[in-house]
Design a protein. Structure first.
Length: 189
């Protein structure tokens, strides 16, 4: 079984080493860089991560993530989408292989996602996040707050744990993208 871990990145140099270290057991690691002005690309390449650069006229998360999937080798079986400020907990590979083997009907999987912790270190926010998908027959949808859809979709679960370490100082301006999404997407009544 060949497993790839991939992300999209823009100015994530401070997170790349930690991301790369947590994904070291993957057969293939890819960062699709969307125009970083910091040392994201150099840092990732020094860590042994394949970097593809692609700039978008109008950035949309689904298009960027689909471009990352398309840049993965064809012989990859399973993919894990993991943001640059997220890490996989040690032992993820062995758990994933066992969980996939025990659920052969599943075509997509979730991992346990720890988003924050209490001061004593116990998880505060956590949920199952469906970010493990096949290399083929899976595409991202929606320009923001995107989702991955495998076709067909039979959801399985894993004991894999991923954790978020966000940079709260990084500016986020999603309102223009949300406005554009309302224009691009059909209205559902």
């Amino acid at each position: 079984m060949k497993i790839a871990v991939y992300t999209i990145a823009l100015n994530e140099a401070k997170h790349v080493k930690r991301w790369a270290a947590s994904t070291k057991d993957a057969d293939y690691r890819l960062i699709l860089d969307t125009g970083s002005k910091d040392n994201t690309v150099v840092t990732a390449e020094k860590a042994g991560v394949t970097v593809v650069t692609k700039k978008f006229k109008q950035f949309k998360f689904d298009e960027a993530r689909n471009a990352a999937i398309d840049a993965l080798p064809d012989d990859i079986d399973w993919c894990i989408s993991l943001d640059a400020d997220e890490v996989l907990h040690e032992g993820w590979r062995e758990l994933l292989e066992k969980d996939i083997a025990s659920q052969p009907q599943s075509t997509q999987f979730s991992f346990n996602f720890i988003n924050s912790r209490f001061p004593d270190g116990t998880p505060a926010q956590q949920w199952a996040r469906p970010m493990i998908h096949p290399r083929h027959n899976a595409r991202w949808r929606w320009p923001i707050h995107e989702i991955i859809e495998a076709n067909p979709c039979v959801m399985g679960t894993t004991r894999v744990i991923a954790e978020h370490f966000p940079d709260r100082t990084k500016p986020r301006s999603y309102l223009p993208m949300l406005k554009q999404a309302t224009k691009d997407l059909p209205t559902v009544l």
